[in-house]
Design a protein around this ligand. Structure first.
Ligand SMILES: Nc1nc2c(ncn2[C@@H]2O[C@H](COP(=O)(O)OP(=O)(O)OP(=O)(O)O)[C@@H](O)[C@H]2O)c(=O)[nH]1
Ligand SMILES: [Mg+2]
Length: 226
């Protein structure tokens, strides 16, 4: 029987890129798209209305983690067998979807995690250091060997989605997902993917460095305080 694939797309002020992301996904045949507009201040929702997608809106800005939770819970209610999380800022590539989905469909893994470090990708220096810091913390605390702990491109089976509890509303959800994979003894596979860095995403990225620092040190303090 064909598996029902749902794609969860968190969105916050993405009026410039959301139309492209959605039309490309629809064009290659993915029909079950769930967009979570996280109380954008721009025209994100208006841009989406022309497309046959599920549009969910937060009435206050709750963050990337909360947006994913809203979308994943909705996908489960709709009977999803496979759930993909895919960014709306145009940084993820449709071409990588197939390689990401296959291990989960073939039951080789409960969850595929995209990794920008298994492919030759130019990652901005500070971003790279922060990402490597998170990977180091994951190894130090949990003995989890991985190359990219903060990649928003994931594919999970229904079983994995039901088990993974996301309680961190903002950026810390990414490390929380890895901790949950470890705690719930789920199998993961890292898949080489390309993250597109262009002028627009790099400009936005600078604002999130402070958040990324906070998450990294938050992880360390949480573990020490336990
Ligand atoms: N920053 C941010 N993103 C959100 C929020 N809610 C939903 N998102 C979406 O979550 C996805 C990832 O957000 P980004 O800020 O690009 O985070 P990132 O890709 O991990 O980091 P960058 O390298 O800075 O792009 C995007 O599709 C956003 O639109 C929010 O409150 N803040
Ligand atoms: Mg991004």
């Amino acid at each position: 029987m064909e598996k029902k694939i749902f794609i969860v797309i968190p969105s916050f002020n993405e009026e410039k890129s959301i139309t492209n992301v959605i039309s490309e996904l629809l064009n290659v045949g993915y029909k079950n798209l769930i967009v979570i507009d996280d109380c954008s201040r721009d025209k994100t929702s208006e841009k989406i209305k022309q497309f046959p997608v599920f549009l969910l809106r937060h009435c206050i800005n709750r963050g990337q983690g909360a947006s994913l939770k809203t979308g994943i819970d909705f996908a489960l209610e709709q009977g999803a067998d496979i759930i993909v999380t895919f960014d709306s800022d145009g940084q993820h590539r449709i071409e990588d979807l197939h390689d990401m989905i296959n291990p989960v469909i073939n039951e080789e893994a409960d969850i595929s995690l995209g990794s920008r470090f298994l492919k030759k990708t130019e990652v901005p220096f500070l971003r790279k250091m922060l990402l490597k810091g998170s990977v180091g913390v994951m190894f130090l605390f949990y003995r989890i060997k991985m190359s990219d702990a903060h990649n928003g491109f994931r594919v999970m089976s229904r079983k994995a989605a039901e088990k993974i509890d996301i309680s961190c509303d903002r950026m810390a959800h990414a490390s929380e997902i890895i901790e949950e994979i470890h705690r719930k003894k789920l199998n993961f596979k890292e898949i080489p993917i390309t993250i597109k860095y262009d002028k627009e995403t790099l400009k936005k990225g600078h604002g999130s460095y402070f958040q990324a620092f906070k998450v990294l040190f938050g992880m360390i303090f949480k573990k020490i305080a336990r």
